[in-house]
Ligand binder design. Structure first.
Ligand code: CO
Length: 277
């Protein structure tokens, strides 16, 4: 058994996306371009309507998956194939864009807190042109476990303490956990060896991850191993722990298109312009 530890730390960078939604970009910025198979991680958090009200109007995706985890607030998701879904507080949407969709994510509130994450997960070359697929998971379908004293975990994907997350059939075999730690509480979390993984502290002041303090809005990349040690700081804290099987394939990336070669990117742009999404 090998303990994982933190080999790199990255602080979220303030930016905006969509029609001007303010957010912190954590993966997919100069400090951490990607962490195979993860291409992007954004945290959006504001109680100022002006920071989020314009939402994410219609835009395309091809070649990967977008995962939206709502902590607070309400967004309506719609795509050009007639699918729609209500992203409510505590829900997760795992969207496999595959060969392509056009979609929008628009706030359904004019005030109050809007808080959550969007994660982009790459698809293997063989699945990049698969049919689009949605897993819209309501909050009550996400198991909540207490694997140790003072520890509560929502299991979005992967397995923990006899519970299995509702997200299934994903090529990179992901783990996605929302971990709440009371002050001083500790937990050893098993993670599949070989998976790339990280923790990101999004509430409270700090938590100890692999024996090292990670402060709020800081992401720690794990070394390889079988498990990671988590421990609460002086006050309660909350973090996401995410891991996935790396693809080790070439990545050609242009905005919302993530393929393996530049020629496939040109094809994606041409298909998008020709209305083939
Ligand atoms: Co999108």
């Amino acid at each position: 058994m090998t303990d994982r530890h933190i080999i790199r730390r990255i602080r979220g960078m303030d930016t905006s996306d969509g029609a001007g939604v303010k957010l912190k970009r954590i993966i997919g910025q100069p400090g951490l371009d990607m962490l195979d198979p993860f291409l992007l991680l954004d945290e959006f958090r504001s109680d100022q309507a002006g920071d989020y009200i314009a939402g994410f109007p219609e835009h395309p995706h091809r070649g990967f998956e977008t995962v939206t985890y709502m902590l607070a607030g309400n967004m309506l998701h719609k795509d050009n194939h007639g699918n729609s879904g209500d992203l409510t507080s505590g829900s997760v949407q795992w969207m496999t864009a595959g060969r392509g969709i056009l979609h929008s994510e628009m706030p359904q509130q004019e005030n109050g807190l809007m808080w959550g994450f969007q994660l982009w997960v790459n698809l293997p070359a063989k699945d990049k042109m698969t049919a689009p697929r949605y897993q819209d998971i309501a909050p009550e379908r996400i198991p909540v476990v207490h694997p140790a004293e003072g520890v509560e975990v929502r299991v979005l994907a992967g397995e923990l303490a006899g519970a299995t997350g509702p997200v299934e059939g994903i090529a990179t075999n992901p783990v996605y956990l929302d971990v709440s730690l009371k002050a001083g509480a500790s937990l050893t979390l098993d993670l599949p060896k070989g998976h790339h993984g990280f923790a990101y502290v999004f509430d409270g002041e700090a938590a100890l991850v692999g024996g090292e303090p990670l402060t709020r809005s800081e992401l720690g990349v794990f070394s390889d191993g079988d498990s990671i040690q988590l421990k609460g700081g002086d006050k309660p804290s909350r973090l996401i722990v995410v891991a996935g099987r790396p693809l080790n394939e070439p990545v050609a990336r242009y905005g919302p298109f993530v393929m393996n070669t530049q020629a496939q990117i040109h094809e994606a742009i041409a298909d998008f312009r020709a209305g083939k999404f």
